[in-house]
Design a protein around this ligand. Structure first.
Ligand code: SF4
Length: 335
């Protein structure tokens, strides 16, 4: 891990992490040399198109990689201790009590034949060893915390709206008092108004409980009011990392610029999403050099042969030859 991404006060450190998937006898790299640190109470967004590696990164941190995935390099540390992220049984004591996940599509994640109060109380009994009556009491408190009257706990998932079900998922994620919540596209299936309410709830809970948040999204527009920092991922690598203010005001990587440009903005007459030309690379045929070069409007000769390194740039990090050249020019000018 570079000094720039290491912080003595870090709650979580992801250090040079690479994960491969085994598919039909072929090994495919899903994330490649990913490093970052997360402080207590900090909210970081992982943003990128499908296949960028953001969900694999998050699932690796939570120890929830699929059976055909393998950690081929690096490690994840929680409060300085290495997590056994590739050992399902060894990860059990850590899961939900240190890091827990709010998945997208609550209807699929909740058990349709159990009342929601039971589903929230269950992790309190299993993980915290609470007696049933205490666990039900805690589940009622958690429902109130996420804005659902405790008496609604008697409902089955299909009796609740999509927004309410997602609130139930958040209550379940909080059951064992984790310090980190991972939101995996937690608002994707919701309408715009409910999406805003859920994001507001996450922001309120974060500040009230001093939770760190890792928000996975393909949509940059949802991070502005929820997160402190954004990491842009492309083809399994972090290509830019900076504060929300810096990334929106002065994006440095051409991919980040195009992502921001794709967001509709009625104030300047941009009413429709403007898709980025071309497709994200297939894991089986990752372009040589900078993986973004076939789609990049600023590509140069070196871009198709040399992988740009994620270097410190200003207060953030960027992986792009454009910025490496300008940094080297500055050094040369001082020599
Ligand atoms: Fe574009 Fe080259 Fe920068 Fe990649 S390294 S983003 S291709 S300019």
């Amino acid at each position: 891990m570079t000094n720039s991404s290491r912080d003595m006060a870090s709650l979580l450190e992801v250090d040079r992490l690479s994960v491969d998937y085994r598919l039909k006898g072929i090994s495919l790299r899903a994330i490649d040399d990913v490093s970052f640190a997360l402080r207590a109470g900090e909210a970081v967004a992982l943003v990128g198109e499908s296949g960028s590696g953001k969900t694999t990164t998050a699932m690796a941190i939570a120890g929830l990689l699929s059976p055909n995935a393998r950690v081929s390099q690096g490690e994840v540390r929680y409060r300085g201790q290495r997590l056994p992220i590739d050992d399902d049984a060894a990860m059990r004591p850590h899961r939900w009590s240190e890091t827990s996940v709010v998945f997208q599509g609550a209807m699929n994640a909740l058990n349709p034949v159990h009342r929601i109060i039971k589903q929230i109380a269950e992790p309190c009994m299993l993980k915290l060893g609470m007696p049933k009556a205490d666990a039900i009491g805690r589940a009622r408190e958690l429902l109130e915390l996420v804005g659902i009257p405790a008496d609604r706990g008697a409902a089955y998932p299909h009796e609740l709206s999509g927004g309410m079900r997602q609130r139930v998922m958040i209550a379940m994620a909080l059951a064992c008092r984790p310090s980190i919540i991972i939101g995996d596209e937690p608002t994707t299936a919701l309408d715009v108004i409910t999406q805003a309410q859920i994001l507001k709830l996450l922001a309120e809970l974060r500040s009230r409980l001093n939770l760190a948040l890792i928000l996975i999204t393909h949509d940059l527009s949802v991070v502005a009011e929820t997160c402190d920092r954004v990491m842009i991922m492309y083809a399994g690598r972090i290509v830019e990392d900076g504060t929300v203010a810096e990334i929106f005001a002065k994006p440095k990587h051409p991919y980040t610029r195009l992502l921001i440009d794709s967001i509709p903005n009625p104030e300047n007459g941009k009413k429709m999403i403007r898709p980025i030309p071309g497709d994200p690379p297939n894991l089986r045929s990752r372009p040589a050099g900078c993986a973004f070069h076939p789609r990049c409007p600023s590509a140069m000769g070196v871009c198709s042969t040399e992988v740009p390194v994620l270097d410190k740039f200003g207060r953030g990090r960027v992986a792009c030859h454009l910025h490496r050249s300008s940094q080297e020019d500055k050094v040369a000018a001082h020599d």
